[in-house]
Design a protein around this ligand. Structure first.
Ligand code: PMV
Length: 322
């Protein structure tokens, strides 16, 4: 029996938000992420009469399945393989987390493909393969902190490990605000963002922000990591608000959480936020403040759910579902 590929989700602290080549998913900027232990996807492939995609034991049809099949066809063409496959995935990304699962989904799928065909691919090639499914997936090949260097073409655009097992007290609290499907896919969002007058300055700042973040990580400087992550996320959402026409992923509670973060910091509780292509907020803090931050959130917002995560590993291959 072939092994099951496991990939964890990641949260970008320096965001990918723009493509230079849509078909190959080559980004306009380099990005940096933290792989998370709490959320992951397990996937294996089987030969099959008909193409099928099972997610959490349920047969999936429609555009979600088509995206998976199109991706497998692309990899089959790339590696000279053929045949119908059925895909079996278990998503351990609780809906309550409000975290996109495409990073773990496509990294696990790329690894499952390599395992199924017994391809002799290294992690760099696995990262390129994952990138073709979803840009953020390129980083989920690695644990700890990973950098996706933008590159200029298929060969040069891949992620690498910055620190696979960081000796750093960094906790992520995923704050669920709304777990419904996002209003605008990340592909559409980043396309629209390019109409903002702030898009060019946003791209221009990328190499400075990336090198500042890499330094902060090397110095184990939690405060600087938090400040840089919050600034970078705010810039991404500022280009959305200033697009022509403008849009936002924020909901009223998103702003409420941002205000609470500001307030907590004024009161000496060190916490920072980052936000992706949706209304949910992810908070960065240290272990000593997890309890108080959770208490503040729960008392300010009635129904908010919070999930705690820290550093997760890179791709793993397992004999069985655990
Ligand atoms: O790769 P995608 O399509 O999941 O886009 C990711 C976009 C962000 O999550 C907003 C930023 C990032 O770098 O993960």
């Amino acid at each position: 029996m072939k092994k099951i590929a496991r990939a964890h989700t990641n949260i970008a602290l320096i965001k990918y938000w723009g493509k230079q080549n849509a078909a190959l998913r080559i980004p306009l900027m380099s990005s940096l992420s933290m792989t998370l232990d709490a959320f992951y996807t397990d996937t294996y492939l089987e030969p099959s009469q008909q193409e099928q995609f099972y997610l959490n034991g349920k047969l999936i049809e429609g555009p979600e399945a088509q995206r998976v099949f199109n991706y497998l066809h692309l990899l089959q063409r790339r590696y000279g393989k053929s045949g119908n496959l059925s895909v079996h995935s278990q998503n351990h990304v609780p809906t309550a987390a409000g975290l996109a699962s495409s990073s773990s989904a496509f990294a696990a799928l790329a690894a499952a493909f390599a395992e199924y065909y017994q391809l002799a691919v290294n992690e760099t090639e696995l990262s390129r393969m994952a990138r073709l499914g979803s840009g953020s997936a390129s980083r989920s090949v690695f644990g700890g902190f990973a950098v996706w260097q933008k590159g200029t073409d298929d060969q040069s655009s891949f992620a690498y490990s910055l620190d696979s097992n960081p000796d750093l007290d960094l906790q992520l609290l995923a704050v669920e605000i709304n777990t419904g499907a996002k209003k605008r896919s990340s592909t559409k969002g980043m396309q629209a963002a390019q109409t903002s007058p702030f898009f060019a300055p946003w791209i221009k700042r990328n190499s400075l922000e990336l090198s500042q973040m890499i330094n902060a990580i090397k110095n184990h400087d939690f405060t600087r990591i938090g400040q840089l992550a919050e600034l970078n996320a705010s810039e991404m959402h500022a280009v959305n608000l200033t697009a022509q026409p403008g849009f936002t992923y924020f909901e009223p509670t998103t702003i409420g959480v941002i205000q609470l973060v500001h307030e907590m910091r004024q009161n000496g509780i060190e916490v920072y936020y980052t936000i992706d292509a949706g209304p949910n907020v992810k908070l960065l803090c240290q272990l000593k403040n997890v309890k108080i931050v959770k208490e503040k959130l729960v008392s300010a917002f009635d129904h908010v759910k919070i999930i705690n995560a820290s550093f997760g590993p890179g791709i793993q291959y397992l004999d069985n579902y655990e």
